[in-house]
Design a protein around this ligand. Structure first.
Ligand SMILES: *[C@@H]1O[C@H](CO)[C@@H](O)[C@H](O)[C@H]1NC(C)=O
Ligand SMILES: *[C@@H]1O[C@H](CO)[C@@H](O)[C@H](O)[C@H]1NC(C)=O
Length: 367
């Protein structure tokens, strides 16, 4: 955990700066809202009747409580590290009964494992919170906060907040490529499917703006063909699945184009593209540079690359989670999440388009 300790120290420094800011009344803490899928779900699915859940050991083994929380990680996920960068506590799942009173002012996490851009993505998981429902919950949240602090202060809180949205991976893995000859793959060839996804994503981002979001981190998909699950099911001799790599390579650049287009329509840099494909590819091509012994084998799982089935108490579990880029067949380890969050904070324009989070925080503190 050495690197996490360094990271935590760094966050303590930021935390002190933020605390001083609020002492002088110069800066209230910024709220944080999270939308999307399992990469960013902090536990909403624990409250739902669905098979898409991370509520049993060894999930959470490295979380401070040592217990599963619903996060698809051995410990913290990306939103947790971003909360730390904001000097704030982690956002609670919107469905958590503990999310009330003052705690609402920290923000909320609306994400739900299994969902996608499309309403028909993840239908096999039955009761999950699809993206339009997450947006409705965001409006409901605003009404609840309004009752607490008034409409004007609520609008300020929402407009001043940081937002993270992570969608798209499941539209490939749990829809188009879920089964051979899936309905969507019979309807569209891959390039046309990607265009359709982007046009639907545009409506979602537009709606997010319309209901108050003003700084939105939009992540692309990772290198979908290189996750342990795909290496186990589709890869030949440990090579990434060409078809899923192609999907990610078509989707991500068009997402960046969409972001530019929306920002110019709005005439403000509301949407910020996060190049998670490149961030992950860095681990995949040179795991040792990050202190990982592998970016192919999952820490928890079974079969080739530990990439088959679910991560459960009966799975193989690596003794040291910090030296694996992947925690389970699809999700990064806590340590990989910390590296991704650091790139979000201070990455170059190659990683963060048009600017990184540290620049956003500096810009917005001047307003
Ligand atoms: C998805 O569902 C929402 C509401 O539940 C609806 O407004 C939207 O049009 C649907 N999208 C598509 C592409 O059918
Ligand atoms: C990103 O963050 C660092 C500070 O951590 C800053 O020096 C750099 O200029 C930023 N890059 C961009 C492109 O905003």
């Amino acid at each position: 955990m050495a690197s996490c300790m360094v990271f935590a120290c760094y966050n303590i420094v930021i935390g002190i700066v933020v605390a001083l800011g609020s002492l002088t009344g110069a800066e209230a803490k910024r709220a944080f809202f999270v939308f999307g899928d399992s990469l960013v779900d902090n536990g909403n699915n624990n409250f739902l009747a669905t098979s898409a859940r991370a509520d049993s050991p060894p999930y959470g083994i490295d979380y401070p409580s040592g217990r599963p929380t619903g996060r698809f990680s051995n410990g913290y996920n990306i939103p947790d590290f971003i909360s730390q960068q904001l000097g704030a506590e982690s956002t609670l799942p919107y469905l958590s009964p503990e999310l009330n009173g003052e705690r609402l002012l920290v923000g909320a996490n609306f994400a739900s494992a299994g969902i996608g851009i499309l309403n028909d993505t993840g239908i096999q998981f039955v009761n999950i919170i699809r993206i339009y429902r997450q947006l409705e919950y965001f409006e409901e949240y605003q009404q609840r906060v309004s009752a607490l602090i008034g409409a004007e202060a609520t609008e300020r809180l929402v407009n001043g907040a940081l937002v993270l949205i992570t969608l798209g991976g499941n539209d490939f893995v749990n829809n188009y490529y879920l089964v051979p000859f899936s309905a969507r793959s019979r309807q569209y060839n891959l390039p046309d499917y990607v265009k359709y996804l982007i046009s639907e994503y545009k409506k979602i981002l537009r709606r997010l703006y319309d209901i108050g979001a003003r700084r939105v981190l939009v992540t692309g998909t990772g290198p979908l063909g290189c996750v342990p699950a795909e290496l186990a099911q589709r890869g030949r001799n440990g090579e990434c699945s060409a078809e899923l790599q192609r999907a990610a390579s078509l989707f991500n650049p068009q997402l960046v184009q969409l972001i530019s287009q929306l920002n110019s329509e709005i005439d403000s840099n509301v949407f910020i593209g996060v190049n998670t494909q490149l961030m992950h590819t860095d681990f995949v091509t040179n795991p040792q540079a990050y202190g990982f012994i592998t970016a192919k084998v999952a820490c928890c799982g079974q079969g080739p690359y530990n990439g088959l089935g679910l991560c459960t108490v009966a799975s193989n579990l690596c003794p040291n989670r910090d030296i694996y880029a992947f925690w389970d067949a699809f999700h990064p380890s806590e340590r990989a999440n910390s590296f991704i969050a650091r790139k979000i904070f201070s990455g170059t324009t190659e990683y963060m388009y048009p600017m990184n989070l540290s620049t956003i925080l500096a810009l917005d503190s001047k307003n």
